[in-house]
Design a binder for this molecule. Structure first.
Ligand code: ASP
Length: 338
């Protein structure tokens, strides 16, 4: 019988109203089970690992990512697939982080959650949970159909490190602006094999060491020199710079000088776009040519979530500056198209 481990971390899916404040708070897995009697009818051997405490995903952090990844690594041989129940707010960060932590993954790790708690009549939780389990159980020639970290939400399956939470109230909470969906659930489950990762050739490797000493510089017209220098002169070892369009920034001398000073001080700066769709193309415009000459690294079409987690991951691997900057521009787990 197909064996699946459900890892319950929290999120709206299992929340109930706090009787005192009326606000939503995470609750135990038992009430999920009570609300989805269909779980018993699925022909899978299901085990549940429940986090303690159960979290609103706004409280996620790299230690908890490491715990989730460690659990999957520890029980990797026992289960055919893993379903992680997680709040939608930071689900794309967790999915991206896990994709880097779990190198050579050959089994499905499907994250899902919901916009309405499982106890509500109009909830989206049941469909999300049941189909996520089906995806985690699906095989092709005896091997996992989707051997990667992915997000299932509202009838669509996305590569985790390509996903963003784009809407806080629609059932369609996630999108993957720069990579096609991996599967779609209608009457049938349709998998789009051309876009799904191949089975790895080597064994799973757990790499949970993350260095969080990074910072983010989001540009806007009128940004002050003080605001920029607060980041470029900070103690951060690397900076994610969110730029305009295809990677462009102001060419004001004080700005480019600030970046140059940071690069000279050994800080890695990665350029990603504020546009959700499309890619950074350094050198396309005069306004990004200088950045390229300075040694600023292109994040191509990576999401913010993938860039931040990849940066923390690479900085945590004890690599040289040159290695980190070169790997930032390469696809490690299908997170970018260069
Ligand atoms: N605040 C919730 C969380 O991320 C939202 C959700 O689950 O959709 O845990």
């Amino acid at each position: 019988m197909t064996k699946i481990l459900i890892i319950y971390t929290g999120g709206t899916i299992g929340m109930v109203n706090n009787p005192h404040t009326g606000a939503l708070i995470p609750f135990d897995f038992e009430q999920i089970q009570q609300n989805v009697p269909e779980l018993a009818r699925l022909n899978y051997d299901l085990d549940v690992y429940s986090f303690n405490p159960i979290l609103d995903s706004s409280n996620m952090d790299p230690q908890i990512w490491a715990k989730i990844a460690g659990l999957i690594n520890e029980r990797y041989e026992i289960y055919d697939g893993f379903v992680i129940l997680h709040g939608s707010d930071t689900m794309a960060y967790t999915a991206s982080a896990l994709s880097f932590m779990l190198k050579n993954l050959g089994k499905p790790v499907v994250l899902t959650g919901s916009q309405l708690p499982i106890g509500e009549i109009r909830t989206d939780a049941k469909e999300n949970l049941i189909t996520a389990l089906e995806i985690a159980a699906t095989k092709n020639n005896g091997q996992a159909m989707v051997p990667e970290v992915c997000i299932y939400f509202d009838y669509q399956l996305f590569r985790g490190n390509r996903s963003i939470k784009y809407n806080s109230e629609k059932f369609e909470a996630f999108r993957s602006p720069n990579y096609p969906k991996l599967a779609e659930a209608g009457v049938n489950l349709s998998f789009f094999n051309n876009y799904i990762s191949q089975q790895p050739v080597s064994a799973l490797r757990l790499e949970t060491n993350f260095n969080t000493n990074i910072s983010v510089l989001k540009l806007y017209p009128g940004i002050s020199e003080n605001a920029v220098k607060a980041i470029t002169r900070s103690s951060a070892e690397a900076i994610v710079m969110e730029t305009f369009g295809s990677g462009n920034t102001t060419t004001a001398a004080w700005f480019t000088d600030s970046l140059q000073e940071a690069v000279d001080a050994g800080k890695l700066i990665v350029d990603i776009s504020q546009c959700q769709g499309g890619s950074v193309e350094l050198g396309k415009y005069e306004t990004s040519k200088k950045l390229q000459q300075m040694g600023i690294v292109s994040g191509f079409d990576m999401t913010f979530e993938a860039t931040v987690t990849k940066m923390m991951y690479l900085l945590g691997q004890g690599l040289t500056y040159k290695e980190v900057s070169s790997l930032m521009e390469q696809s490690l787990r299908g997170e970018l198209t260069a």
